[in-house]
Design a protein around this ligand. Structure first.
Ligand SMILES: Nc1ncnc2c1ncn2[C@@H]1O[C@H](COP(=O)(O)OP(=O)(O)O)[C@@H](O)[C@H]1O
Ligand code: SF4
Ligand SMILES: [Mg+2]
Length: 341
């Protein structure tokens, strides 16, 4: 669980990531444009907690995860893991850090090497880090397969012999092989059948309780992170727009974008569902190449005012531990009375 007295395990400070987006001639001058995939985001993750990161496809969630792992270099800002600055680590330091920080990918079909056996896949992190003998590694793989609900006798099978849910269990076993302190779970259930999603989420929760692992849990909709997260952050077009413990985010969202995401989460009671205020957004998110000025959400915001296109809102505290980036954050909390707390 999160505790403000503990030292954060991960600290992200003013992180930005831009990608080159080609060049063109504008007004007679050669100009290079960039994709502003992540812009000035800051947050911390405490040991053992689950931090949910939510937003529409393309808003920069995977880029955030990849930049934290230094699969991308940050354009600006810093990432501290266990107190050490990831952005300046050399190859060897990065390798050591990745023992403690693992990744679970979205697509269980594409993320496992089809030519490797399950035993080779799950033991690979141990092989890379020279942990144990071959026999010890295989024993550990059997133990891990058992822990994630797979048959240890299937250690010599190949990924194509498994279903999507089983493959994701293989990916989870692999991520836990070195007992990392943090796992970045990038939409780990969104490619799975709805019937399988809850099983995989329960497994992740069980493993966290058992090993005390922290998760950065990325999802594109709030319903998935609701049952797993201690705190949740919402991203829009590369910016973090709201962060809070999940109860106050779901019960009293301050940002109009969070309100719109929440109003899309169905409520089981049909009477409450019928009477709910829906916040429907017009159009699609704008391009992260040349994003809107001021508040990046102003082109779709149902309550935008003149100031919104001119001035960037501050990411300010609206309640203890609850921050929101909106000029009118204090004025527009919505009480979601249906939330079962
Ligand atoms: N390697 C890359 N080169 C150029 N643009 C990229 C690259 N990776 C991501 N992007 C762009 O950055 C933005 C954020 O992408 P991503 O982080 O994958 O979003 P999400 O995971 O939220 O769907 C998108 O506009 C995407 O096209
Ligand atoms: S700052 Fe303005 S545009 Fe942005 S969310 Fe708030 S009201 Fe909407
Ligand atoms: Mg993604």
């Amino acid at each position: 669980m999160a505790s403000t007295e503990k030292q954060p395990l991960l600290k992200v400070e003013h992180l930005s990531k831009e990608f080159p987006a080609g060049s063109g001639v504008f007004g007679g001058r050669l100009s290079r444009s960039v994709v502003s995939a992540v812009k000035d985001i800051s947050f911390e993750i405490y040991p053992g907690e689950t931090f949910g990161l939510v937003g529409e496809s393309g808003c920069g969630k995977s880029t955030t995860g990849r930049t934290i792992m230094r699969l991308n270099r940050p354009t600006e800002g810093k990432v501290f893991f266990d107190g050490r600055d990831v952005s300046v680590m050399n190859k060897q330091e990065l390798k050591a850090m990745r023992r403690d920080m693992q990744f679970i990918f979205q697509d269980p079909y594409a993320s496992l090497n089809p030519r490797m056996t399950i035993g080779e896949i799950v033991s690979e992190p141990m092989t890379i880090h020279n942990v144990g003998t071959h026999e010890e590694r295989m024993d550990r793989v059997r133990e891990l397969l058992d822990v994630v609900g797979l048959n240890p006798e299937h250690i010599n099978r190949y990924p194509h012999e498994f279903s999507g849910g089983q493959r994701q269990r293989v990916g989870i076993a692999r991520a836990f092989a070195l007992r990392p302190k943090l796992i970045i779970c990038d939409e780990p259930v969104s490619a799975l059948d709805v019937s399988i999603q809850a099983q995989v989420l329960n497994l992740l929760k069980d493993l966290q309780n058992r090993f005390g692992t922290a998760y950065l849990f990325i999802a594109h909709d709030l319903s998935v992170v609701q049952h797993i997260s201690d705190r949740v952050a919402v991203m829009y077009l590369g910016k973090m727009v709201e962060v809070s413990d999940w109860k106050s985010l779901y019960a009293e969202p301050h940002h109009p974008y969070t309100q719109s995401l929440l109003s899309a989460v169905p409520v089981p009671d049909p009477d409450i569902q019928r009477d709910r205020r829906r916040v429907i957004l017009a159009g699609d998110p704008p391009s992260p190449i040349d994003p809107p000025t001021g508040c990046r959400f102003h082109t779709r915001c149902p309550i935008a005012q003149a100031i919104c296109s001119k001035e960037q809102p501050e990411f300010k505290e609206v309640a203890p531990g609850h921050r929101c980036a909106c000029h009118f954050a204090e004025a527009f909390p919505i009480k979601e009375s249906h939330i079962d707390l």
